[in-house]
Design a protein around this ligand. Structure first.
Ligand SMILES: *Cc1c(COP(=O)(O)O)cnc(C)c1O
Length: 231
């Protein structure tokens, strides 16, 4: 089978399963295209992915500078403040806002409203960026300080599945539930700068659980494109 046909098949399978899991709720599929070619990404979009996510500004630039994808392009990797200038030119949104410093930088560089999601390190992993769950509500409350930012959601990268045990599944789903609770709590405050419409959680290994829990965006790389040859 050609690469294009494989990608189409994979996206088709996901969308079909998604329609069963999500019912009437709208859940968007982000094609995570790090390490993939522009062409592969475009096939995934043509097959039905509503968003494209890139981890690194430099890679995203080489892929999308000349022509952007036909759907919104989101930055989903840790963004260094010295890359903000290029990042906000290229990305339609940054879903990996993980510090006040970065919020200051994006706010300062943006001329219009720029859409962000707050990244949460829900399991408190040393290797991951993101705010601690305890810091999220205060951060969102502070949003008035960044008049050019619109806080559109919360995003998280859950612990990776290693063993497929029942216990591991239970733990991951409980972190997902913590994210849902945190998201609800922040939304209840109804800050005008923080509509928080989206909860971006779930990747190739756990996206079905994430949809069951209430994610509105899932981010899929391997499930769509196959195993990564390089990180
Ligand atoms: C790579 C990546 C994904 C996709 O991971 P897969 O397991 O390949 O689906 C999603 N979100 C972020 C932030 C990533 O870096």
């Amino acid at each position: 089978m050609s690469n294009q046909a494989l990608i189409e098949d994979h996206v088709g399978e996901v969308l079909q399963r998604l329609s069963m899991l999500a019912g009437n709720r709208l859940v968007r599929v982000m094609a995570v295209t790090k390490g993939r070619s522009r062409q592969e990404a475009l096939w995934a979009v043509a097959a039905g992915c509503q968003l494209v996510g890139e981890n690194r500004v430099q890679e995203a630039e080489s892929k999308w500078r000349e022509q952007k994808p036909p759907v919104p392009l989101h930055g989903i990797g840790h963004l260094q403040t010295n890359k903000v200038k290029y990042g906000i030119q290229l990305f339609d949104a940054v879903d990996s806002l993980d510090s006040e410093r970065l919020a200051d930088a994006i706010n300062q560089r943006s001329e219009q409203t720029f859409s962000v999601m707050v990244e949460v390190n829900i399991a408190g992993e040393m290797t991951k960026s993101g705010l601690t769950p305890a810091a999220v509500r205060d951060f969102v409350r502070q949003g008035y300080r960044w008049p050019h930012l619109k806080i559109n959601g919360l995003m998280t990268v859950l612990p990776a599945r290693r063993e497929n045990s029942v216990e591991e599944g239970r733990i991951i789903r409980s972190y997902m539930q913590d994210m849902v609770d945190l998201w609800r709590m922040c939304r209840e405050e109804e800050f005008p700068w923080a509509p928080l419409d989206d909860l971006s959680m779930g990747m190739s290994g756990d996206w079905e659980w994430a949809v069951e829990k209430g994610a509105t965006v899932i981010r899929l790389g391997t499930r769509i494109f196959g195993p990564r040859l390089r990180a």
